[in-house]
Design a protein around this ligand. Structure first.
Ligand SMILES: [Mn+2]
Length: 323
């Protein structure tokens, strides 16, 4: 089944002269890696085609790749491929639907709002969308020609989503694909260092989180970062990415949440787990995502309290079974 869809994707790539690749808003390394890795793979194989990466600037991830200028006219008779994006509302640049044909390639669990493409390759068993693109290439090496730039991007995407091959979704196949990508010429140590590097202000935020994290008896941990604190530390919402996996290492922590207040007063919530599935909780609060790593939104402190309670109960029932 997977091979059949992969064949269809390669056929579509061959058929279209203009191919525009989209990914999700607020991109992480896997979003940029899968998007621009696929762009460079197609460009390298078909130099005569127009292949563009759409979306806002990747900000602190600019060292990975830059986006292209995409004009409205480019969408006429084009193929759009959306990578790493579970639902339509998260796609960066909604002109994607002006394409002649839309393909979705994603490793998130299926989403009620996720049926936005004509052809969908969706499988949550993959560690990353970059791993999916890597496999697409490996299964079609006669038709798709890898180069150093694309290999570097796909490798970075895999490293990003697996947190350096640490997370549970890392499989033998993940390692095989990463190994094949590493045979190309790029500095993998440099990429790892750049992705792991934090600014001085982020280091201060880390210190704050470790000092102020609330850990409940159940093993649920949380921190609320309001606008005042962001201003005091001189940081923006995007910098809070560096603290999301911090509580994971603390003994006894089962579930945790990072709440970051937005300009409009509401809160962006990252929910994480070392065991119990928590994405249904995210889904109940305007969000969704992976079983153990989800995103949600809370309109006020009351909603935060409800989410803390749910995550705490999830930790409690998990402890009853496993401790
Ligand atoms: Mn991903």
């Amino acid at each position: 089944m997977t091979k059949l869809i992969q064949n269809k994707i390669v056929e579509a790539i061959k058929r279209y002269q203009t191919i525009i690749i989209h990914r999700h808003q607020r991109p992480d390394p896997d979003a940029v890696g899968s998007q621009c890795g696929l762009r460079d793979l197609i460009k390298n194989t078909f130099p005569q085609k127009t292949v563009l990466a759409a979306g806002s600037s990747p900000g602190s991830l600019k060292f990975l790749a830059e986006m292209d200028q995409v004009q409205d006219e480019d969408y006429a008779d084009s193929l759009v491929i959306v990578t790493d994006t579970a639902n339509a509302s998260r796609i960066d640049d909604d002109r994607y639907n002006q394409a002649d044909h839309v393909i979705k390639i994603d490793h998130h669990p299926s989403n009620p709002d996720g049926d936005y493409a004509h052809l969908t390759w969706e499988e949550s068993s993959y560690s990353s969308c970059s791993e999916m693109i890597g496999e697409l290439w490996l299964n079609h090496q006669d038709e798709l020609k890898m180069n150093d730039a694309a290999a570097r991007l796909l490798y970075a995407g895999i490293v990003g989503d697996t947190n350096r091959f640490l997370y549970n979704a890392t499989s033998p196949q993940t390692m095989r694909i990463a190994a094949d990508l590493m045979t190309y010429e790029f500095d993998h140590t440099e990429i790892n260092d750049l992705m792991n590097r934090i600014g001085e202000k982020e280091a201060l935020l880390m210190g704050y989180v470790l000092n102020n994290l609330k850990i409940l008896e159940s093993g649920m941990a949380y921190i609320i970062i309001n606008q005042e604190l962001l201003q005091e530390l001189g940081i923006q919402d995007e910098h809070t990415q560096s603290i999301v996996s911090l509580p994971r290492r603390i003994e006894g922590v089962v579930t945790w949440a990072i709440f970051v207040q937005q300009d409009n007063g509401s809160y962006r919530c990252r929910l994480r787990s070392n065991g119990p599935v928590i994405n249904h909780i995210a889904a109940e609060h305007d969000g969704g995502g992976h079983a153990l790593a989800s995103g949600a939104n809370a309109k006020d402190q009351d909603e935060i309290d409800i989410m803390i309670d749910k995550l705490s109960k999830a930790a409690e029932s998990f402890n009853k079974v496993y401790k």
